[in-house]
Design a protein around this ligand. Structure first.
Ligand code: NDP
Length: 336
């Protein structure tokens, strides 16, 4: 097919294995040709499991394949910057996992490099692509609850044993709940409200098995323009709590029940003086939409659902949470 987008995967990761390869393949233009891992045996095993033709032990050797036009980066967080810059330099379009980087200047470097090179860059924030969150956004925009005055986000779960690795134990790899979970909240809240917060205050803790300097729980309060207050609870150590969101307004509330996840599911309820109304949801794999929007951008018929700029912003907000937790100060958010 003339418009086929041939992908190389950077990172033999769980998310690539469980979701992204399948989402790419579901797209009529999506073909996965190669995978690179820092360990060639891991790359080969992944390629064999997922029927991928080529495996590599170095990013550069995979990027040298001219047939590959797009890469998906899902290495550990500290590797996103070098991997993305190398791919952009090689002229590939880049779908990069969050956080784009661990420093804002580095994330901006990726955005600038993609713009200079004329390639598409997107951040793989999935929540804004879920049917549940799109329904919530649509209710907010329709004025179904009047003026929004507050939001509560419950993004607290427990990692499966297979993922109790660098996230809990390796600060240098970008571990900790803030760079894993809070960063998604920042993107979701900006999606809901179409605005950036003004200030953020947070307290973090390590109550699980990881080293004390890597936080596994954080609670934060955010102020958005228009006197909108947001409360977020993000954690790796809450095994059995509901994961959802509440949006409250002058005329009602929206309850998103079990909607902070990767898998399709959950419920959205509009509660007003007329009672509760459940919003019907067409449940789809959230990553399919991210892939479809990214490919549309490559084919000049759309734009990424979450751009590189969105990735810089979500990192900026996660870093404000981290800074507040570390210093005890309330952090003002620069709007540029
Ligand atoms: P994994 O821990 O599964 O994989 C991350 C990296 O760890 C891999 O790229 C691989 O490196 C290395 N690795 C994998 N298996 C092993 C092993 N057995 N021994 C040693 N190293 C191993 O991470 P995730 O898939 O959970 O996350 C990857 C990225 O995706 C992160 O940036 C995360 O933030 C993001 N993510 C995003 C989600 C979203 O919804 N947008 C959801 C989940 C994760 P190598 O490739 O060099 O072999």
């Amino acid at each position: 097919m003339a418009d086929t987008v041939v992908w190389g995967l950077i990172g033999a990761s769980t998310i690539a294995r469980e979701w992204m390869v399948d989402s790419i393949r579901k797209h009529p233009s999506g073909k996965v040709k190669a995978i690179v891992s820092s360990d060639l045996d891991r790359a080969k095993a992944f390629a064999s499991d997922k029927a991928i033709a080529a495996s590599y032990a170095s990013v550069e050797s995979m990027l040298a394949d001219p047939e590959i036009t797009a890469v998906y980066i899902s290495t550990t967080n500290e590797r996103h910057v070098p991997d993305a810059l190398a791919a952009i330099e090689a002229g590939k379009h880049v779908l990069c996992e969050k956080p784009l980087a661990l420093e804002i200047a580095d994330a901006q470097k990726i955005v600038d490099a993609a713009q200079d090179k004329g390639v598409v860059l997107a951040t793989n924030h999935h929540l804004r692509n879920m049917e549940s969150h799109r329904a919530i956004k649509s209710l907010i925009d329709q004025g179904a609850i009047g003026n929004v005055n507050s939001i509560r986000v419950f993004h607290a779960g427990e990692l499966p044993d297979s993922l109790k690795t660098w996230r809990l134990h390796d600060k240098a790899a970008g571990g900790g709940v803030i760079y894993d979970i809070t960063v998604h909240n920042g993107d979701l809240l900006r999606f809901y409200l179409g605005a950036n917060p003004i200030r953020i205050a947070a307290i973090a803790a390590t109550s699980g098995a990881g080293p004390k300097r890597i936080e596994d729980s954080v609670m934060s309060v955010w102020e958005f323009p228009g006197d909108i207050l947001v409360q977020c609870h993000d954690s790796f150590v809450v095994g059995h709590g509901p994961r959802g969101v509440e949006v409250h307004g002058s005329k009602g509330s929206i309850l998103g029940i079990d909607v902070m996840s990767q898998a399709p599911g959950g419920r959205v309820i509009l509660r007003t003086k007329d009672g509760d109304r459940e919003i019907p949801l067409e449940l789809k794999v959230t990553y399919d939409r991210g892939i479809s929007d990214f490919i549309a951008a490559i084919q000049n018929s759309g734009k990424p659902s979450s751009s590189g700029d969105d990735g810089v912003w979500s990192l900026k907000l996660a870093k404000a949470v981290a800074e507040s937790a570390a210093t005890g100060r309330t952090i003002s958010i620069e709007q540029t």
